[in-house]
Design a protein around this ligand. Structure first.
Ligand SMILES: *Cc1c(COP(=O)(O)O)cnc(C)c1O
Length: 375
């Protein structure tokens, strides 16, 4: 069986270093808010090219706390609208509604799966105060166009970088385009902890200090509370493990790119639409980090079964669009055809830093031997 992502294999590659890091934390007697957190925050900020990195408990909190901080700073208020892609993972949307703001769903571009700047502009109203582009599947949204748009309309930009550690356009990385960015280090992400973890990056000093207080009960100084904050901290054990894994991120990304290249060159089946137009890719000088490699197939269930029968595990990111979720019943009547098409046809092939080229070849052969009943 070729698994979608073998996390045990990923982490056993640096097992000795992870054990040494955990031992160091155990022996230090200091478990929250210490040297390991500071070291990781400094190195991840440097990696992204930003002035600040603020560690938090998970990716959802990273996004929600930025919005919360903008409310505390008076930039946003309850009822304001934030544009968000209609095909994103639900967490991007929850971060908005958790703060009493209104998520406005914007259809993505069919070919990149990312928020379409033209559709975003059309959705702007007098209540629109921010945009939350999601760099879905490891590919940056069209940030040059989005930043130009937001400059024109004076909007805040919060990047959802949960799937795009290290992704870039013209060398500028995920987390360094918007006014702030939320990262997740959930174990299956490109940079994954051994449990839950997240971070915010920003170049804004005031936002950074507000976030440092908000993540720690709203306290900027021991036993003094400026805000009604939360407890959302990145602990020393996770920070120490993340520092180990950050060293290997770029070489793991390189490996993902090689696998993606093999898939793109090797899969040749008229029923299966590949996720990338190579000419477009070269022209935009994009650094895609292939969090997942997704294909489209209008006979997806049959393709997934065919691959499973040949020992290839696949996943669907994601089977139900946000506007069809029970949690957002008020959107049940919305028609979002691009998003609906993506959700009904998308399939993620095995992808990860330890997937062998031999296994990738098996995946390619399995895709090429698929015969759609719908042709
Ligand atoms: C994983 C993910 C999140 C949430 O991160 P958690 O650490 O699981 O809270 C948010 N947005 C996107 C796009 C994600 O993939």
């Amino acid at each position: 069986m070729i698994s979608f992502l073998n996390l045990k294999e990923v982490n056993s590659g640096c097992r000795d270093e992870l054990i040494a890091a955990c031992t160091r934390v155990i022996d230090s007697g200091w478990y929250i808010g210490g040297a390991e957190l500071k070291t990781f925050e400094d190195s991840f900020a440097e990696y992204c090219g930003t002035k600040h990195c603020i560690g938090v408990a998970n990716g959802l909190d990273a996004l929600a706390l930025v919005i919360r901080a903008w409310k505390e700073l008076g930039y946003l208020q309850a009822g304001d609208e934030i544009l968000v892609p209609s095909n994103t993972y639900i967490a991007s949307i929850l971060a908005i509604s958790e703060n009493g703001l209104v998520p406005v769903l914007v259809e993505p571009d069919q070919s990149t799966f990312n928020i379409c700047p033209v559709n975003a502009e059309a959705a702007i109203t007098s209540k629109t105060k921010a945009i939350l582009p999601v760099h879905l599947y490891g590919r940056l949204a069209d940030m040059p166009a989005i930043m130009a748009l937001t400059d024109r309309y004076n909007l805040l930009v919060l990047e959802d970088s949960a799937q795009s550690h290290g992704a870039s356009i013209d060398g500028k990385r995920s987390g360094n385009w918007g006014h702030a960015s939320g990262f997740s280090f959930y174990p299956g992400k490109n940079l994954g902890a051994l449990g839950d973890a997240g971070a915010i990056t920003t170049n804004d000093d005031l936002l950074a200090s507000t976030l440092r207080a908000l993540r720690n009960y709203g306290s900027h100084k021991k036993y003094e509370n400026l805000y009604r904050g939360v407890n959302s901290r990145l602990d020393e054990l996770q920070a120490a493990c993340l520092s180990v894994k950050l060293k290997y991120l770029d070489e793991q990304t390189e490996h993902r790119r090689q696998i993606a290249e093999l898939y793109t060159q090797g899969i040749n089946n008229p029923s299966i639409q590949l996720p990338v137009d190579l000419a477009f890719h070269a022209a935009t000088n994009e650094g895609h980090v292939w969090h997942v490699y997704t294909v489209l197939c209008d006979d997806r269930e049959a393709l997934q079964k065919h691959l499973a029968d040949l020992g290839v595990q696949t996943l669907i990111h994601y089977p139900i669009p946000p506007h069809h979720q029970a949690a957002y019943v008020e959107w049940a009547g919305l028609s979002l055809p691009v998003s609906e098409k993506i959700h009904s046809q998308i399939l993620s092939l095995p992808m990860g830093p330890t997937l062998s080229t031999a296994d990738a070849e098996t995946v390619i052969q399995a895709c090429n031997s698929f015969q759609s009943g719908k042709l």
